[in-house]
Design a protein around this ligand. Structure first.
Ligand code: BEZ
Length: 182
C-alpha cells in the first residue's frame, strides 16, 4: 500500500459528514482520550456573537473513544484544515482498528484548551441550553449533536456525555415545540 496514505481518526462530525475521498474506512478506538462538547463554534454551528458547542478531545487516562478511521491521501488534510480551522490542530497518535485488531499510526484534530474558541466545561443543563439555542452557517447546533449521537449508536458506542446531552436537548426541543398553555 502506498506511503502517501494516512489514517485519520474521526470522533465528531467526521463520523457522519464525510465530504472527502477515502481509500478505506474502519471502526477505530483511541485510548486515553474522551470526547467533550467543550469547543465553541462560531463558524459552523453558531456565530461569533452566539457560539455553539462542538466536540473536542480531552486527555483521560484509561478512557476509550470510539470513532471511524479513514485512510486518506495527504491532500485531504488541506481540505479538513480549512473545514475545521476554528481552533483545531492536527495531533499524531496510535489508533486501534477494531475489526482488524491492529494498531496503526494516525492523526486526529484537537481543539486544545488554549485556543481562543475553547469554552471548557459547564453545567450539563447550560451546555444543553446553549446547543439547543445555537445555529450557524452549517445549521442548528442541535442537529450536530443528534447526528453524532445517532452515528455513535450505529457504531455500538454509548458515550455517556453525548447521550446525556442528547436527552437534555431532546427535552428542550420538545418543550419549545409544544403549543403554549391557554
Ligand atoms: C472529528 O470528527 O474527528 C473532528 C472533530 C473536530 C474537528 C475536526 C474533526
Amino acid at each position: 500500500m502506498s506511503d502517501s496514505l494516512h489514517w485519520i481518526f474521526g470522533y465528531g462530525s467526521l463520523i457522519y459528514k464525510v465530504d472527502f475521498p477515502f481509500e478505506e474506512r474502519e471502526v477505530a478506538t483511541l485510548r486515553d482520550w474522551e470526547r467533550r462538547f467543550w469547543q465553541g463554534s462560531h463558524d459552523h454551528r453558531g456565530t461569533p456573537e452566539a457560539p455553539g458547542r462542538v466536540v473536542t478531545l480531552v486527555r483521560s487516562p484509561g478512557s476509550l473513544c470510539r470513532g471511524i478511521a479513514y485512510r486518506v491521501q495527504h491532500e485531504v488534510f488541506t481540505h479538513l484544515d480549512h473545514r475545521e480551522k476554528n481552533g483545531y490542530e492536527r495531533h499524531r497518535t496510535r489508533l486501534y482498528l477494531d475489526h482488524r485488531e491492529e494498531t496503526v499510526s494516525g492523526t486526529f484534530y484537537i481543539a486544545a484548551a488554549d485556543n481562543p474558541a475553547f469554552l471548557g466545561d459547564d453545567d450539563a443543563d447550560a451546555i444543553a441550553a446553549q446547543i439547543t439555542a445555537s445555529q450557524g452557517p452549517s445549521g442548528p447546533n442541535a442537529d450536530y449533536l443528534l447526528l453524532l449521537a445517532q452515528a455513535l449508536r450505529e457504531l455500538g458506542d454509548h458515550d455517556p456525555h453525548v447521550l446525556d446531552l442528547e436527552a437534555r436537548v431532546r427535552q428542550l426541543l420538545a418543550r419549545d415545540a409544544a403549543p403554549p398553555h391557554t
